[in-house]
Design a protein around this ligand. Sequence first.
Ligand SMILES: N[C@@H](CCC(=O)N[C@@H](CS)C(=O)NCC(=O)O)C(=O)O
Length: 403
Amino acid sequence: MSRAMWLKLFALLFSVSMVAAACGSSDDGSTAGGDDAGSEDSGSDDSGSDDSGSDDSGSDDSGSDDGGDDGDDGDDGDDVELTQGSVLDTVVSRGSLNCGVSGSAVAFSETQPDGGQVGFDADYCRVVAAAIFGDADAVNFSALTAAERFTAVQTGDVDLLMRNTTWTQSRDSEIGMDFGPTTYYDGQQFMGRGGDGFDAGSDIADLDGLTVCTNSGTTTEKNVSDAATAAGINITLGGPFEDFDQVTQAFLDGTCDVITTDGSGLVGRKAVNEPNDWAIFPATPISKEPLGPTYGQNDSAFADVVNWAVYATIIADEKGITSANVDDWLDSEDAEAVRLLGGEGELQSGMGLPADAFYQVIKLVGNYDEIYARNLGPVGLERAGSANAGWQDGGLIYAPPAR
Ligand SMILES: N[C@@H](CCC(=O)N[C@@H](CS)C(=O)NCC(=O)O)C(=O)O
């Protein structure tokens, strides 16, 4: 057998073993079995082809170990391509972004009667599409339950998650995900009925003996058990519930005494259902839930595009560049703004993007504050004074320099 054929056989066995690894299951609702599962191999089974269009995405030469054998095999002249393409190549050749959202997270992603999505997370899918295509509507949304989401990345069903997803160590390592900049700093809280004696001053100790409910496959269900143990109380975990619509319904039915999830989710449900009775507590959340873009690991070309599209919205917010005034900034004296919007010294083309990618993001979708205000403002999620304020205002929203 020629060297090329041995390499082909090796590549075939390797890809079969990767698929097998992706068929296990973990308690986080993903199919990962270890470090390798969920890498871009299993997450993008059609992305590794060498005909995927964009060759300037910076990923086409990574990991190649077959250098130096050109011309010595002679028999078929068909070298084995062991390199992995980027999901960016797949997205570009498809002509649209496959973005996983919740679909039932009030103000973050809500499925509309026509199948469309509205909300903060849905708009961040549009940010990435606007950067790649100059078209904020080039997005195919998939509504995913918490338990489905990581598998959907691993199988390549979605390129990206914008789904109230908390960045954790296990998801970053054994589940095989990578995480972009946090777009919303959240924390887990509880919600009970005022009629049952709960108010904003209630505490975890008040949950002793009660049934507490949340959706499966979340950090939430793990945190609540840890918090109950630490507080020395006994709670019954209701459910299982696949999504937070079911959790909220069980609360309305009286099956659950108290429900728990990210504070932003509780504020949204309260606004929609019982703004005057339901109480959210404790004031200081029981966990940190940094939410942001999530994608398959080890794909720097795609990660850079997603991350810098998000950073562009933050930098624009810092400078006061909005969808309404972005054209005025194109020839401004602010060199960083000019670079970011595609003028002199622009860095977008080197990332496999059009030079004006971030101009399109701001023009079509808006800066961070515009996206926040239009989606999260109406349900009462105040930005000012929160961790989601800009760093200049004492918050944590911060972007590295565009230079
Ligand atoms: N941030 C947590 C919780 C995510 C989660 O499932 N949040 C709920 C409440 S905001 C949600 O998205 N509900 C909508 C749904 O279940 O479809 C995680 O990453 O595990």
